[in-house]
Design a protein around this ligand. Structure first.
Ligand code: GRF
Length: 194
């Protein structure tokens, strides 16, 4: 049976595109069961539709609070029986119940060398701190924001003429080769939650 993933997005979805491309070029032996967005206008939804991948929109506006949203999200996802849930620019914090339900099956990609620079604006933070190294982390999601066990990291040197834009571009390039690779490692059962 094919390894099924669900991809959660809120925006552009360039990482989703990288995953789709890896599947189509047979570098990733998985199937995207569904793409879920909390934003109806997320460009990533169009990317999925172009490749005939099913999409669902779950807007926060329809729910009273985070817990109710997450219960609905869990129900929606469980219908697809995903082997792995891949957060790819999904801009919501997930509640403990949700995270525990998918423990070991829920991963995120973050544009910094965690535990440095959790949260948003990581490129700005790296430049403001005058750091000479930046990078990408893929990690399991736990209740602690950007704090779950690290699966893999890749770093790049930061040069003196670097800008937020140049860092964003270089970091994205790393993300796009690293995320499909890590997902394939899950397919091959090479990664375990510790
Ligand atoms: C990526 O930089 C990822 O690390 C972060 O959100 C961004 C999503 O970009 N979590 P995209 O929507 O995949 O282009």
């Amino acid at each position: 049976m094919r390894f099924k993933i669900a991809v959660l997005i809120s925006g552009n979805g360039s990482n989703l595109q990288a995953i789709i491309d890896a599947i189509e070029s047979k570098n990733l032996q998985a199937e995207i069961a569904v793409v879920v967005s909390d934003q109806p206008t997320a460009f990533g939804l169009q990317r999925a539709q172009r490749h005939a991948i099913g999409t669902e929109v779950l807007s926060a506006k329809s729910f009273k609070n985070r817990e109710e949203y997450d219960v609905a999200l869990q129900k929606l996802l469980d219908n697809y029986k995903p082997d792995l849930i891949v957060l790819a620019g999904f801009m919501r914090i997930l509640s403990p119940g949700f995270v525990q339900h998918y423990q070991g099956k829920l991963i995120n990609i973050h544009p910094s060398l965690l535990p440095k620079h959790r949260g948003l604006h990581t490129h700005e933070k790296v430049l403001a701190a005058g750091e000479t190294e930046h990078g990408v982390t893929i990690h399991f999601v736990t209740e602690e924001l950007d704090g779950g066990p690290i699966i893999v990291q890749e770093s790049i040197p930061v040069s003196s003429n670097e800008t937020v834009e140049s860092l964003k571009e270089r970091i994205h390039a790393i993300e796009h080769h690293l995320y499909p690779k890590v997902i394939q490692d899950f397919v091959e059962n090479k990664i375990k939650f510790k």
